[in-house]
Design a protein around this ligand. Structure first.
Ligand code: SF4
Length: 449
């Protein structure tokens, strides 16, 4: 008679915040799965619910508290983790029944808390996790976290106080994880950290062996080795996020021209006015940035630069803002996101004088978005008539598909809408003739090689 396995306890997960938090959720779930837990897609079926919170902005904290409240109302057995876990007193004051609270990256403590709340049923028959670990993102792209923490002290940010100074992962461990992800079907690796260009400076004297060769803990070496995980038949896109425009970034641009790394850089400039950047205490805050952008484009003309900006930072004058708009005219960035300044509890910027009134923030935000939408529309229009590689995210029942060009990261940039593409599958990378464009998206049709 076959052995009947007892039903495994089930865990529900609510993951809030940035892609880095999503990676943490995946790690926690991977560990719990390997401990024999099942996953519940809803509150009702869960023996315990984990809420992985974000505490970056006050609005994110409020969203986290709401999510905790909902999980308590729907299920009652709730464990809180993530950035807001560092504010246990505030959470307990509002939700005294929370079972446990742990901070960001305390994987062991979260797992322990789950073990206590819903003890696992050990069984030699329970499969270990699939090779790529449990993923909350679609199977064809994966976030790859290369370090924790940050050595900078930007005045509006509390991440260093929550996550500590830079702690880089060993390059061989990152490459092994990436190799597993690719073997399990990942076609796009999204490299993330607080400051990707700073990767390895804390372990710079510790090169590691990877496939018989020495690999330095350095962004260039790591990007090159990640790029080699693809083959001509099975390309793998490597996309670099959160890069600062330091001089050494120039070394990765030739890798883009060679096709090893996607010609895309996500650089959070936040502002352009030297005065505002100084009060923000931003890294790589020098006048040479525009010159650097020109140099990169000379090596790799197709490079897409994405950035985000804060408007209404304390002390930002109309002159500073106009400087930013003029700078954007020069910089011709491909993708831009903007935020109205919001004070975050514990950030140094909160004590800065001359706050900008809300209506002025709003007005500047609108002007910035209008400017960047016009630049984006012109850049996308220039792609009409070209054939470009597109990765497929979804294929619909009507024979259409949605994908992304190399200039589009998932969830934050534009999309490519395809006709006559019912034969494609998620994760395919195909040549597409661009037929039309608007402010943010492209429209096209797949072509045979
Ligand atoms: S670079 Fe600045 S904004 Fe980014 S995590 Fe570090 S301190 Fe925060």
């Amino acid at each position: 008679m076959a052995t009947r396995l007892p039903e495994a306890p089930k865990v529900g997960m609510v993951s809030l915040g940035c892609p880095k938090n999503l990676v943490d959720s995946e790690r926690i779930l991977t560990k719990l799965r390997s401990d024999g837990y099942g996953l519940s897609p809803d509150y009702a079926g869960a023996d315990v619910v984990l809420v992985n919170t974000c505490g970056f902005l006050d609005s994110a904290k409020e969203e986290s508290l709401e999510a905790i409240g909902e999980a308590i109302a729907e299920n009652g057995r709730v464990i809180v983790t993530g950035c807001m876990g560092d504010e246990a007193a505030a959470i307990r004051a509002r939700f005294p029944n929370v079972l446990a609270i742990t901070g960001a990256h305390q994987y062991e403590s979260v797992v322990e808390a789950v073990h206590e709340a819903a003890p696992p049923i050990p069984s030699p028959f329970v499969d270990l996790v699939p090779e790529a670990g449990l993923k909350l993102t679609p199977r064809h792209y994966s976030y790859l976290k290369i370090s924790e923490g940050c050595n900078h002290r930007c005045s509006f940010c509390i991440i260093p106080s929550i996550r500590g100074d830079l702690a880089s992962r060993r390059p061989d461990a990152i490459l092994r994880e990436a190799e597993k992800l690719v073997a399990a079907g990942t076609r796009e690796l999204l490299v993330i950290s607080q400051d990707t260009s700073a990767y390895g400076i804390d372990i710079r004297d510790q090169p590691r062996l990877w496939k018989g060769e020495e690999v330095r803990p350095h962004m260039t070496d790591l990007a090159r080795e990640l790029g080699k995980l693809g083959t001509p038949d099975q390309p793998v896109w490597v996309r670099l996020h959160y890069v600062y425009p330091y001089p050494h970034v120039e070394q990765v641009i030739p890798l883009m021209a060679q096709g090893l790394v996607v010609p895309y850089l996500d650089i959070p400039f936040q502002h352009a006015s030297p005065k505002v950047l100084r009060t923000m205490k931003r890294p790589a805050n020098d006048a040479k940035v525009l010159e650097r952008l020109r140099g990169w484009r000379a090596i790799c003309p197709d490079i897409a630069i994405r950035s985000s900006f804060v408007v209404g930072f304390p002390g930002e004058t109309e002159e500073d803002f106009q400087y930013l708009l003029d700078w954007l005219d020069e910089a011709q960035l491909d993708r831009v996101g903007a935020f109205r300044f919001e004070p975050v509890e514990g950030a140094a910027a909160n004590t800065l004088p001359d706050p900008v009134p809300e209506e002025v923030k709003e007005e500047r935000y609108t002007r910035l978005m209008e400017k960047t939408a016009a630049i984006s529309a012109a850049k996308l229009q220039a792609k009409v008539g070209r054939t470009i590689p597109v990765i497929i995210d979804d294929v619909d029942a009507e024979g259409g598909a949605t994908g992304r060009s190399q200039a589009d990261a998932p969830g934050i940039d534009g999309e490519v809408f395809l006709r006559d593409s019912g034969h494609l599958a998620q994760g395919d990378i195909v040549p597409v003739l661009v037929e039309d464009a608007d402010e943010h998206d492209l429209y096209g049709v797949p072509v045979s090689r």
